[in-house]
Design a protein around this ligand. Structure first.
Ligand SMILES: [Cu+2]
Length: 128
């Protein structure tokens, strides 16, 4: 009897695995975790693909910082509580976008920089 039971379980697992998890209509979001601390962002280079949906999840491990991308009119305050803040947007056209801390956080504040680098989406080659 125990053998029979385990074969039923195996069949059920097989059926579940066959069901697609992501519906085709769902747009994937590229989520990137960013850590801010005196006086750097990690990662310092944030890579995205032009046109994709991006979600930045930012948190600070020390004091209050800012996260500003002037070219994208984006400016967030990252609280010292360690709680994360989120920004969601469509990745801009290919290029390099300067990121700077927009909240004076100490002696190295002016050096607290990063970059959002947007690269062109790979096109599938339809020429034969
Ligand atoms: Cu700062």
């Amino acid at each position: 009897m125990p053998l029979r039971l385990s074969s039923v379980v195996a069949t059920t697992v097989g059926l579940i695995a066959a069901v697609p998890i992501v519906s085709p209509a769902q747009r994937p979001v590229h989520e990137i975790q960013i850590e801010a601390k005196k006086f750097e962002f990690t990662p310092a280079v944030i890579e995205v693909t032009a046109g994709e949906q991006v979600r930045l999840v930012l948190h600070s491990t020390d004091t209050t910082h800012g996260f500003q991308i002037k070219d994208l009119k984006l400016d967030l305050e990252i609280p010292k509580s360690g709680k994360s803040v989120t920004a969601e947007f469509t990745a801009p056209p290919p290029g390099r976008y300067a990121v700077a801390c927009s909240n004076v956080c100490g002696r190295g504040h002016r050096q607290m920089k990063a970059a959002l680098v947007s690269v062109a989406a790979q096109r599938s080659n339809t020429n034969h």
